[in-house]
Design a protein around this ligand. Sequence first.
Ligand code: FES
Length: 602
Amino acid sequence: MADIALKINGRQVTVPEGYTILEAAETVGIEIPRLCYLKDVHKFGSCRVCNVEVKGAKALQPACMVAAANGMEVFTNSPRARRARKVMVELLLSDHNCDCLHCERSLRCELQELARQVGVTEARFEGEQNFGGIDVSESITRDMTKCVLCRRCVSACGNIQEVGILSASNRGFTTEISPAAGLPIGSTNCTFCGQCTVVCPVGALKETSHRERVWKALANPDKYVVVQPAPAVRSSIGECFGMEPGEAFTGKLAAALRRLGFDKVFDTNWAADLTIMEEGTEFLTRVREHLTGGKSVLPMMTSCSPGWIKYIENHYPDELDHLSTCKSPHMMFGAVIKSYYAKKISKKPEDMFVVSIMPCTAKKTEIARHEMKNDGYPNVDAVLTVRELADMIRDAGIDFTALPDEQFDDPLGLSTGAADIFGITGGVMGAALRTVYEIITGRELPFPNLHVSPIVGLDRIKEAFIKLDNVRPEWAAAEGLEIRVAVTSGLAGAKQLMEQIKAGTSAYHFIEVMGCPGGCITGGGQPRSKDVTETRKLRMKALYKEDEGKKLRKSHENPDIIAFYKEWGEINGHASHEYLHTHYVPRGIYNELTDETFTVRR
Ligand code: FES
């Protein structure tokens, strides 16, 4: 691609053809104020905050939309550009609910920051206020009095995830971004992936908070409160305290949770290893049935991601038997805590309160599902996103950066490297193959670093074919079989794979789907970022490093998992089926096949 040369604020700038003015300015360290634009997510030109003056052009130009051109002369800070920018922000504030003291985005709100940046010090205009109701679902809360109509959420839901439940309705001051027909979000085919909450610049879309629920349990002397953080949490929690992404803060995370007062600080990673034992065995059973002419349903699809589960239930209710019956790792963990572990410490299930720290908003809906109960009690009682946990750590006056590194508690805190990569697209598949391949052949998977093999990446679908030869005698029927696996992250890729299954043309035996692009590392409950792509890469790096740093990197080698099964019983056995496996609910597009919705109140 040819380079082009232009001048920005008198500085000579050379950039590849196709760069916008805003991107060209960034290459020389000039940051043009913006609101609706978000790199790699949304480019729509709706707010006009990024307006700049271009020599020879009559009107001001939106820098995020207009391509830089040869010989162009741009002025980002001319009096005209600065005046217009300030007026645009003042107009945005004129119909905004400016009750900032009661907004949880206060001090972390892009509009607030922008108003300060452009010098807004008084409310000069008064617009009509839209004080409609607040829409609260199990996972996501919508407060349209805070919406700035930037439409980032529309892009995240429609273009990236291809679910498309959000769009603009009405006109003028009554314009609202909402599901079709103004339905509450919990009554729609929203997957609750939370990608809209990550990109929202203000307090209009956010997770439904469980913080008070957790504080209350921690203060209750009759509750034994156990906490478990998901694999991806360690890769991102540091960012909430000003640390750069790219490193896992596992030890500080364990220490912070202990300081918050949890009775036991365990690790969802332990349950990720457990999941591999259950899911890997389930896959092997399906393959054996397939090889012996039985009626096994293949491809088998992973079931760790509740956003993905809701998606398949809404859109492909006839294909639910392709899903593994395994609960997700944190739900397995909760079921184990309230049965096996409660008995060990002479407690009843009702005495236990299980808190999951998750990179995900859909997990909040998952714990409310009727199928996620055992012995009459929910497996997990509360889910905190990484953002909520960071708020609790601040609220408790804990200096995260100064904490020492501590270990998770025994016996449900030890994990292998296979568990760490659960947080990344391709990770569950990689972890499963490390175990499954070894069971069939007696040898290690030839490419244990599956993350550098061709199957992992951010393209929608990656595949790998793994030839089985010199297999163990008990697997003689599998000699020469090529196991075909596929991996996707984000629901757009899942849609393609499901269409193949529906048409009977799927070439795969095993498919991993993670509901969010890149996997849990950029899930809907993760810290917000101005450069999602770069942040995703760095969080991946952090988890791969955790995996590579572990002595044990295969789930079946976890000594605590081996010891657990000695007491629990067979893998995929009776207790496992009662506590660790589940079933799914056909829902239809608007949950019309079931009367269950996930709306809490409106
Ligand atoms: Fe460019 Fe909104 S940031 S138009």
